[in-house]
Design a protein around this ligand. Sequence first.
Ligand code: CA
Length: 297
Amino acid sequence: MKFIPMDKAVYTFSKEHEPVEHVSPGEVIILEAQDALGGQVTSEDMPLDQLDWSRVNPATGPVYIEGAEEGDTLVVDILDIEVPDRGVCLVVPGHGALSNHEFKSKTKFAEIRDGFVIYNGVKLLLQPMIGTIGVAPSGDPMPTAVPYKHGGNLDCKEVTIGARLYLPVAVEGALFAAGDLHAVQGDGELCVAAVEIPGKIMFRFNVIKGRQPSWPILEYGDHFSIMTSDESLDKAVEYATLEAVEAIMKATGWSFEESYIFSSLGVDVMINQVVDPKKGVRAVIPKSIASIDAFLK
Ligand code: CA
């Protein structure tokens, strides 16, 4: 099985990056990821102004997927995520949903044991997830900290074991990269960081030829989620709603108005995160109303 080590890191999604590995559709690989801080925080007492910000938000890759071309969809199955026994949590002044409030820098380690994350003695169910996951855009490079149509810093808690992500391929080989693992994260990622961990991810890739979604689509459990993002949370919700209504129209043959009404009844809009350069939401659509075909154009 091919193994991609964590030192093969990039800080942008870019068509200019040389692939570090070539992978065939159906092949299973292991990709190792640094934590989002580049492994720099090794003590709770380390002053965060010593962080080298150029090493923050690494993504491992890029991986060239054989046969993937512009206009296709890259199908990414997350088969497993191996986690360490400790993760880093932190707050930094000027960041997060309370960036306008006064507070100090603080770093806390959280223990990971027996399927739980233990923070200040409080046990949370371990739900390892991938924060940053995407492909190269056709235009200018995108920093790994930014979510958008190519994927990127989605920070959605359902990008987890057993999930399948559909990404629009914009360049030959897709140039896939991933990193920024979290042992657990709430919707919103309110303080700007979750339980940041390094780890090993088992992936399998496939390619759907000639069709693609406008935004990343996540398949998990009994639903599909359309993942949209924008500097404005209102705009992100508008994009997600429009995409959901169009998918419902395609799946059912209903009019725009009938589908828009249904979006109020059977679609949940949830927040992924409100702390990245673009904020992210997901419109959650039950599989009972639409299959993946409804999202591919
Ligand atoms: Ca992130």
